[in-house]
Write a protein that binds this ligand. Structure first.
Ligand SMILES: [Zn+2]
Ligand SMILES: [Zn+2]
Length: 780
C-alpha cells in the first residue's frame, strides 16, 4: 500500500469517530496556508554564493533571509527567530561565507575567519555538510570537537577559516589555548550561535560567560566579531540574544517561508478505572494514547511521526502500534532514537521519505534528520516543554500546498491539562522566553578565574562580565584563587587549569555514580542535588527501562550500589524543607497581598521513604533514613496574604496548609509556561505562618545555587502566571485533586495535605487587587 494523502480534516474526523473519542478532542485550530514572500539577493552577497544557492534550488531568498543577510553585513548583532524549515542557515551562511571568500584573497589566504557554535556535536556535523554544499573550495570549513584527532587539530588551528564547534570545546579547548589560536582569533569576523534558545537556565548562563571570555580575547587580538544567532520562535528573542552575548541585538522574526494549511488538534486521554494517590482519578498515559492514534493513522496509509520524551517511550509506542496492526502493516512502523549510528538513522529517514515506512516513534525533533519533513501527520505525546520545541515538532508536518495534521496529546499533569483547555496559550502570542541569568555569582566566579588564567583581568574587564564582578574579585582573592598585583590586575596563580573547575552542563557537586554491585558496571550518574531523593538506600531506581534496587548510597565516595530487581512497589522519598529569607530585592503590593523577589536559603533533609504498591498506589510502609541536611542558597519569588484576606476567602486556619500547598504545587507546574524551565528545575515551600514574613507564605525557588532566572521570570509575570495557576486548578474535572491539577510527582510530603477548593479561593483573594483584575473590575 503506498502512502495516501488525505486532507487533515478527514484524518481528524476518522480519529474522532465513536462517541468517547470525540470527547477527547478539546480544541481544533485551523492555521491557514502562508504564501512565500521573496526578496532579491543583497548586493553584498558574493555572486559565487548566490550561484551555489541557485544550483541547490534557491532562486531567490525569502524576505527574512535577505533581511538577516543585510543586517549581518552592517555588523549588527542579529538574531533570526523563525520557524522550522525557514532556511535560517542560509540567512547567516550567505554573509559569513561571502566575507570568508573575500578573506581568501588576502596574502595569507586567511584574511577572515568565522566560528560556529552548536549545542550538540551532531548538529555541528550536519552544518559542516551544509556549509560544504554552499562554499567554493577556497573556504575551508572544519569540525573541532572532542572527536577531532590530534593530528588534525593543528591543521584546523592554522588553516581552517570556518570552524564548527560547541560551547564546551570553546570553554575547555580553545579559549585556554588562545595563543595557539591567535591567527584564527585575529581574523575572526563572525560568531554564529545556532539553536540559541537551547542555551537556557544554568547551562545558558555558563555559555553567556564563555561568550564574554571569547569577546575579551578577540579584543586583545584586535578583532571584534559580529554575533549572528539563530533561534526557534520564542518570546523576546532580542533580549535573550543580548543576555547571551552582552551586546545590543536586533531580532528578525517575520517568517516569509511558505507553509501549507495545518490543522492542530488538542487531545486529552480518557480517565481509566485505576486510582492513584489518595484515590485520585488517573488518565490513560499520553504514550498509550499515541500508540492507538498511530495505529489508526498507519491503517489509513498516513505518513506519521510520533514525538515522545524518552527512548523507552519511543520503543513502547512503536511496539504497541505493531501489536495492534499485525502483519503486514506492523513492519511499516519503527522506533527512532538517539544512540543509533548515523547510517541507521539515514536509512530510517530514507524509508520514511520513500513511504516504505509509514509510522515512526522518535525522541526529539533535534535528533531527527533535517530531511524528515513534509509528513502528513505529527503526534506529540506530551507537551515538549516549550513552545519553541512544540512548533519545531509540529513543523515537520505539511508539504507546500498540502494540508497536514498535528495533534498534541496531554499528559496527566497541570501544565498539559491547562494547555489543552486553554488553546490561546499556544496559538496566541508567544508566552515563554528563553531564560538565563549570567549575573549569578556562582556561575560567574569560575569564569572569572578561567578568564584570569587566559589573560590577567584588569579594570576594563569589570564592565564586560557584569555588575557582580567588582564584588566577586576580592572574594576570589581571599579564597586564594586570584592574586592582585600592581594595583588593579588579577592573576590566576594556581597550578591546575582554571577551566577544568567548571562543567557547563553540570549542576554543581560531584555526580553520584550508579554501579551494579554484581558486575561493577557503571550504569549512569545522577546529579548530587537529586541523589538523596532518587538513589537513597532502599530506593527503587529505573534506568533505561530496567528496575534496580539501591543497596547502599555511600556519600563519601559518591557511589550508589544497585542490583536488578523486580519489586511490586515503587518508592517515594519523604523530606522536610525549611526556607529563610536572606534579602528582599523587590516587592509589589496587590492591595493587602504582597509579592516579593529576593535571596533565600533552603535547607532540605530527606528523612525517609514510602513503599507504594505499583498497581494501586497503596502505601505498604515507611522506612526512616539517616541523611544529612543539604543547604541551597538561591533566588525565590514568594507571596503573602493577610489574615483579613483569609477571612474574606473563608479559609479557616485548618484549611490553610492544604490550600497553600495545593497552590504551590500547581504554580510550580505552570511556571514552565512563562520561563523555559521544567518543574524539576524549581522547588517550592508553603508555610501557614512564616517566621520571616509573619504571614501565610508560598515560596517558589530556583533549584540551582545562586538561581537560574526562573523565579525572577515568575516574579515579572506573576499576575499571568498565578492567574493561569488558579484557572488550571478550577478547571480540572476531578473532585479533590489529582495529578492534572494539584498533586505533584516530586512532593516530599506524600501530596498531603492538599485542599483543591480552598486553593482556588486563596488564589482568588491573592489576585483580587492585581492590576489586571482591578482594571477588569473597573471596566465591568
Ligand atoms: Zn484534578
Ligand atoms: Zn508538596
Amino acid at each position: 500500500m503506498p502512502p495516501r494523502h488525505r486532507p487533515p480534516e478527514a484524518l481528524l474526523a476518522a480519529l474522532t469517530t465513536g462517541r468517547s473519542r470525540s470527547e477527547r478532542l478539546t480544541h481544533t485550530e485551523h492555521l491557514p496556508a502562508r504564501p512565500a514572500r521573496h526578496s532579491s539577493w543583497p548586493d553584498s552577497i558574493r555572486p559565487e554564493i548566490v550561484a551555489s544557492a541557485q544550483a541547490l534550488g534557491v532562486e531567490r531568498p525569502w524576505a527574512h533571509q535577505a533581511e538577516a543577510m543585510k543586517l549581518a553585513k552592517t555588523g549588527q548583532t542579529m538574531v533570526l527567530a523563525t520557524g522550522t524549515a525557514s532556511g535560517k542557515s542560509l540567512g547567516y551562511l550567505a554573509p559569513v561565507l561571502s566575507d570568508l571568500l573575500d578573506g581568501t584573497e588576502a596574502p595569507n589566504g586567511r584574511g577572515a575567519t568565522a566560528l560556529y557554535l552548536a549545542p550538540t556535536k551532531a548538529l555541528a556535523a550536519d552544518q559542516r555538510r551544509r556549509a560544504a554544499e554552499l562554499v567554493p573550495s577556497r573556504v575551508r570549513p572544519a569540525l573541532y570537537d572532542g572527536d577531532t584527532p590530534p593530528e588534525e587539530r593543528e591543521w584546523v588551528r592554522q588553516y581552517a577559516s570556518y570552524v564548527l564547534t560547541n560551547p564546551d570545546m570553546l570553554h575547555r579547548g580553545i579559549l585556554p589555548a588562545h595563543a595557539r589560536w591567535s591567527s584564527f582569533l585575529k581574523a575572526l569576523k563572525y560568531v554564529v550561535v545556532d539553536e540559541c534558545h537551547s542555551y537556557r537556565g544554568v547551562f545558558g548562563s555558563h555559555v553567556a560567560q564563555v561568550v564574554r571570555r571569547l569577546r575579551r580575547l578577540c579584543a586583545r587580538y584586535g578583532s571584534e566579531p559580529v554575533f549572528l544567532l539563530a533561534s526557534a520562535t520564542t518570546a523576546d528573542p532580542a533580549t535573550t540574544a543580548e543576555r547571551l552575548t552582552g551586546l545590543p541585538a536586533v531580532a528578525v522574526t517575520e517568517d516569509a517561508s511558505p507553509r501549507g494549511p495545518l490543522v492542530f488538534a488538542l487531545w486529552e486521554p480518557p480517565l481509566t478505572e485505576n486510582v492513584g494517590e489518595h484515590g485520585a482519578p488517573v488518565r490513560r498515559t499520553a504514550t498509550a494514547e499515541a500508540g492507538y492514534l498511530l495505529t489508526d493513522l498507519v491503517e489509513a496509509g498516513t505518513r506519521t511521526v510520533v514525538f515522545v520524551r524518552s527512548r523507552r517511550a519511543a520503543e513502547l509506542v512503536a511496539l504497541q502500534a505493531q501489536d495492534q496492526l499485525g502483519a503486514p502493516l506492523a513492519a511499516r512502523v519503527a522506533a527512532y532514537r538517539g544512540g543509533y549510528l548515523a547510517e541507521e538513522r539515514r536509512s530510517l529517514e530514507r524509508a520514511l521519505y520513500s513511504g516504505r515506512l509509514l509510522g515512526l516513534a522518535s525522541t526529539s525533533a533535534l535528533e531527527l534528520g533535517v530531511d524528515v519533513s513534509g509528513l502528513d501527520a505529527v503526534l506529540m505525546a506530551g507537551y515538549p516543554g516549550t513552545r519553541a520545541s512544540l512548533w519545531q515538532q509540529a513543523g515537520r508536518a505539511g508539504r507546500e500546498g498540502q494540508g497536514a495534521l498535528a495533534v498534541l496529546i496531554a499528559r496527566d499533569d497541570p501544565l498539559d491539562t491547562y494547555l489543552v483547555h486553554h488553546p490561546e496559550a499556544l496559538f496566541a502570542n508567544p508566552v515563554e522566553a528563553t531564560v538565563l541569568d549570567p549575573d549569578n555569582p556562582h556561575i560567574l566566579a569560575p569564569h572569572l578565574c578561567a578568564a584570569a588564567a587566559e589573560l590577567p583581568l584588569g579594570e576594563s574587564d569589570l564592565h564586560l562580565f557584569g555588575p557582580s564582578t567588582a564584588q566577586l574579585l576580592p572574594v576570589l582573592e581571599k579564597r586564594g584563587l586570584l592574586r592582585r598585583r600592581g594595583g588593579n590586575s588579577w592573576y590566576w596563580t594556581r597550578r591546575e587549569r582554571a577551566a577544568d573547575a567548571v562543567d557547563l552542563r553540570g549542576s554543581g557537586g560531584n555526580p553520584v555514580q550508579i554501579v551494579e554491585s554484581s558486575t561493577g558496571r557503571l550504569l549512569g550518574t545522577v546529579d548530587a542535588s537529586a541523589a538523596h531523593t532518587t538513589v537513597h538506600t532502599g530506593a527503587v531506581h529505573l534506568h533505561q527501562g530496567r528496575t534496580y534496587l539501591v543497596q547502599d548510597l555511600d556519600l563519601e565516595t559518591s557511589v550508589a550500589l544497585v542490583e536488578q530487581a523486580d519489586p511490586s512497589y515503587t518508592t517515594a522519598a519523604r523530606d522536610i524543607t525549611s526556607i529563610s529569607v536572606l534579602g528582599t530585592d523587590t516587592t509589589i503590593d496587590w492591595g493587602e497581598a504582597r509579592l516579593c523577589f529576593g535571596s533565600v536559603e533552603v535547607v532540605n533533609q530527606v528523612v525517609g521513604y514510602l513503599r507504594k504498591r505499583i498497581a494501586t498506589g497503596e502505601v505498604l510502609g515507611e522506612t526512616k533514613l539517616d541523611l544529612p541536611p543539604r543547604t541551597l542558597r538561591t533566588r525565590a519569588v514568594w507571596w503573602t496574604v493577610t489574615e483579613d484576606q483569609l477571612l474574606d476567602a473563608e479559609i479557616p486556619f485548618d484549611q490553610l496548609p492544604g490550600a497553600a500547598h495545593a497552590a504551590e504545587h500547581a504554580s510550580i507546574g505552570l511556571l514552565p509556561l512563562f520561563a523555559t524551565c521544567d518543574r524539576w528545575d524549581i522547588g517550592g515551600v508553603s508555610v501557614p505562618l512564616h517566621p520571616d514574613t509573619q504571614l501565610p507564605t508560598v515560596f517558589v525557588y530556583d533549584g540551582h545555587s545562586g538561581g537560574a532566572g526562573f523565579a525572577e521570570r515568575g516574579f515579572q509575570r506573576a499576575e499571568q502566571w498565578l492567574t493561569a495557576t488558579r484557572d488550571a486548578i478550577a478547571a480540572c474535572e476531578c473532585d479533590r485533586g489529582c495529578p492534572s491539577c494539584v498533586q505533584s510527582p516530586k512532593c516530599g510530603n506524600g501530596n498531603d495535605p492538599l485542599d483543591k477548593a480552598a486553593a482556588v479561593r486563596l488564589l482568588d483573594v491573592l489576585l483580587a487587587d492585581a492590576p489586571g483584575r482591578a482594571a477588569q473590575a473597573g471596566d465591568g
